[in-house]
Design a protein around this ligand. Structure first.
Ligand SMILES: [Zn+2]
Length: 257
């Protein structure tokens, strides 16, 4: 399975993805913001879009579902919790398998950013996680329409089930901002400093595609057992007894930042 990431002009810093089978040249388009943009990309790459995969129900993730379906005839796959919020052909439950040509991916139910959110995990030779607004580079989704405690469980599940060499494809380009936040909490975190220097020379189109293993080195939400992080949170008067306490503290600090 191959993944094409594209930064969508005039969006809310959205990335869209085409997940495709090299042999059959068929593709699934994830969270279409701009149907025309995706159709052009598919044409350039000699791909035919025959599926649309939705991570969650927010407007910037389902904006052009109907337009893309009308133009391509693709079938729409969405989390079962999105019933009534988007027109889908197939409602997805945790661990459902999806096919793209000869290839397969898994749907994992990862609520928290919203109650219905899911991610797509390619568990083949080159694993990849297409994670919408659940996990970001150097951060996690906000919980304004969800629940921080529920998101904590989903992030822990991702940590358990994602291969360390899996590439990470979030729904937005928030890397520079999230790294700046991480460094505001832990100014000496070397992997964050190194990636920040890299990010400063990149555009959203050339942004580093990180692996889960790399995220473990600078994404504070995946580093809840780091004693230095605990100290930094305690210094700001947050409860730090449990990993969930520390996750809540980080989410609250990021919300205010
Ligand atoms: Zn969202």
């Amino acid at each position: 399975m191959q993944i094409l990431r594209t930064y969508v002009p005039d969006s809310f810093q959205n990335y869209n993805h085409l997940v495709y089978c090299e042999q059959q040249r068929t593709a699934a388009a994830v969270d279409p913001f701009d149907a025309e943009h995706l159709i052009q990309l598919a044409r350039q790459q000699d791909l035919s879009i025959n599926a649309i995969w939705i991570t969650h129900e927010h407007g910037d993730h389902i904006r052009h579902v109907n337009e893309l379906k009308a133009a391509t005839g693709a079938r729409v796959f969405a989390p079962a919790g999105c019933i009534g919020k988007v027109a889908a052909d197939v409602w997805l439950e945790d661990n459902d398998r999806l096919r793209v040509g000869d290839q397969q991916a898994l749907f994992w139910f990862t609520p928290g950013h919203t109650p219905a959110h899911g991610v797509f995990y390619v568990d083949q030779d080159e694993p990849a996680l297409i994670c919408g607004d659940t996990l970001f580079n150097a951060g996690v989704g906000n919980t304004r329409s969800g629940s921080t405690d529920v998101l904590y469980d989903s992030i822990e599940r991702l940590r358990r089930d994602t291969a360390e060499h899996a590439r990470i494809y979030p729904g937005h380009d928030y890397l520079p901002n999230n790294l700046a936040f991480a460094l505001s909490i832990q100014p000496d975190l070397q992997p964050a400093l190194k990636l920040k220097a890299e990010a400063d020379t990149q555009t959203p189109d050339t942004r580093t595609v990180t692996t889960f293993e790399q995220e473990l080195s600078f994404n504070l939400f995946l580093r809840l057992d780091d004693p230095e992080l605990t100290r930094a949170l305690a210094d700001r008067d947050y409860p730090t007894d449990s990993a969930l306490d520390r996750f809540r503290a980080l989410r609250a600090l990021r919300d205010q930042w």
